[in-house]
Design a protein around this ligand. Structure first.
Ligand SMILES: Nc1nc2c(c(=O)[nH]1)N[C@@H](CN(C=O)c1ccc(C(=O)N[C@@H](CCC(=O)O)C(=O)O)cc1)CN2
Ligand SMILES: NCC(=O)N[C@@H]1O[C@H](COP(=O)([O-])[O-])[C@@H](O)[C@H]1O
Length: 215
């Protein structure tokens, strides 16, 4: 990664986290997003990438016979760009063990909950149904355990009386757009890495929560 950190971003939807990462480039940040790949052709994130002059490609998972076949095609498409880092930014497919093995240690994800609470989908609704007083978002290294990889950063947001899924999601999004660019920049600068002991930042193993931010 001499000088710059080549990244490929995987999306499935709006791409607001992708936009935050695009906007974080430059100003001494070694991050260089070389391509954006989506499993959905209607993902608005593809438009964001094109507007930023970034290469895009769609691989529709429904066109493949099973998860492993899709993941094999995805790896082939990703490796064309020889990435130092693969970033999941609202990518809504569970990745096979073969995919994770291939990229482990250079594969990050952002999840809209305070992991390990509310792994999986529909996290804002589940936080409200559980009457959680706090919610938030987590950046983690991706492992074969779904949403179970070592945490890098978490941002905590309060759940407010009368919150709907939409109002809570907006509050979480604001923090996602802060913590993901920060975590990615740490990796791009060579400060963040995955070890058997967990996520390590500047030589120090991070706590189980990762770097915790309270808003
Ligand atoms: N092996 C891993 N794969 C993925 C991880 C991970 O930690 N390990 N993180 C997810 C991201 N994610 C939550 O942060 C997530 C994405 C998708 C799903 C899911 O159930 N997907 C369904 C399809 C849903 C759809 O198409 O709308 C599926 O793949 O069958 C759960 C969690 C990314 N992958
Ligand atoms: N389990 C994965 C998951 O739910 N990821 C979530 O999808 C949204 C994508 O928004 P975006 O496309 O605007 O970045 C984000 O809230 C992200 O945390």
């Amino acid at each position: 990664m001499a000088g710059s950190c080549n990244a490929v971003v995987l999306i499935s939807g709006s791409g607001s986290n992708l936009q935050a990462l695009i906007d974080s480039q430059g100003e001494g940040n070694p991050l260089r997003i070389r391509a954006v790949l989506s499993n959905r052709a209607d993902a608005y994130g593809l438009t964001r990438a094109k507007n930023a002059g970034i290469a895009t490609q769609v691989l529709d998972h429904r066109a493949y016979e099973g998860r492993e076949a899709f993941d094999a095609a995805l790896m082939e498409a990703i490796d064309v760009f020889r990435p130092d880092l693969v970033i999941l930014a609202g990518f809504m497919r569970i990745l096979s063990p073969a995919f994770v093995r291939h990229y482990e240690g250079r594969l990050l994800n952002i999840h809209p909950s305070l992991l390990p609470r509310h792994k999986g989908l529909h996290t804002h609704r589940r936080a409200l149904e559980a009457q959680d007083s706090e919610h938030g978002c987590s950046v983690h290294f991706v492992t074969k355990e779904l949403d179970g990889g070592p945490l890098v950063i978490q941002a905590v947001v309060p759940v407010q009386p009368g919150d709907s899924e939409e109002t809570l999601a907006l509050r979480v999004y604001l923090q996602e757009h802060r913590i993901y660019p920060q975590a990615v920049r740490w990796f791009a600068e060579g400060r963040l890495r995955l070890t058997p002991q967990g996520a390590v930042l500047d030589g120090e193993t991070l706590p189980a929560t990762g770097h915790l931010i309270r808003t």
